[in-house]
Ligand binder design. Structure first.
Ligand code: 13P
Length: 249
């Protein structure tokens, strides 16, 4: 397995005051570990607080939850890749299920964003995942492969640049119903095979994370499943105790 990546997506939670308290508590109890990478996606308003708390620690990376594909301009409410880089972000979540299904983001939007992230020298963490009706119809792999292909379609340096992928089945997000380790493994294999056809040897070292109702009770078995290189955690990353249990495990 690649070095595990344990990622916290705080979504629209943890404003600056809570984020500061969280980081104080987390960092006090989590000394540097070189055998795993911790990745935190705070909401934009809390980004600088979290960056200041992390300081020089290289085992903890920061990311933003979304970007616009343009570098600057009249796009009220949006963040750009150069801004994210300037603030200290290394990774950008692209195509998260909530962006797609709550805010109507299309595959082409996702592709434009991945290309912008590549152009700006950051790493995209491309999220893919099927809805329950698509799984029930036997089309889960088809949906995931098509989202993956579309999302990466505008990137030009796939063979050499770092990309991360998260498999987050929509039916598992925030529902308390996680995919089984076997289901996750099977879909991660599909993703890795597809990546091999898109970016060659790099596919072997591309981190593929699982997300969807991960908690301190199921994290270990999901992370132990073949082809699962990391976890992308929503709800259970908001409490320093459960997050600590996940990253220590
Ligand atoms: P939950 O862990 O709350 O199910 O959220 C998963 C997710 O969407 C992470 O990006």
């Amino acid at each position: 397995m690649n070095r595990p990546v344990l990622a916290a997506n705080w979504k629209m939670n943890n404003g600056p005051t809570t984020a500061r308290e969280f980081m104080q508590s987390f960092l006090d109890q989590y000394p540097r570990q070189n055998d795993r990478t911790i990745l935190i996606f705070p909401p934009a308003l809390s980004f600088s607080v979290v960056a200041a708390a992390i300081g020089e620690r290289r085992d903890i990376l920061l990311g933003v939850q979304d970007v616009h594909w343009e570098d600057q301009g009249a796009f009220t409410g949006q963040l750009s890749v150069p801004m994210a880089r300037d603030a200290g972000a290394r990774v950008v979540l692209v195509g998260h299920s909530e962006r797609r299904h709550v805010f109507g983001e299309t595959d082409d939007d996702v592709a434009l964003k991945c290309a912008a992230v590549e152009r700006g020298g950051l790493t995209p963490l491309l999220c893919v995942g099927e809805r329950l009706d698509e799984r029930d119809a036997g089309n889960a792999s088809g949906v995931v492969v098509s989202q993956l292909r579309a999302g990466l379609s505008r990137m030009t340096q796939l063979a050499t640049r770092e990309v991360m992928v998260a498999y987050e089945p929509v039916w598992a997000i925030g529902t308390g119903r996680n995919a089984t380790p076997e289901d996750a493994s099977a879909m991660h294999s599909v993703i890795r095979n597809e990546l091999a056809s898109l970016c060659g040897d790099r596919a072997r070292v591309t981190p593929i994370l699982y997300g969807g109702s991960v908690n301190s009770g199921n994290a270990r078995s999901l992370l132990g499943a073949p082809e699962v290189d990391g976890l992308l955690v929503g709800g259970a990353s908001l409490d320093p105790g459960s997050w600590l249990a996940i990253v220590r495990g």
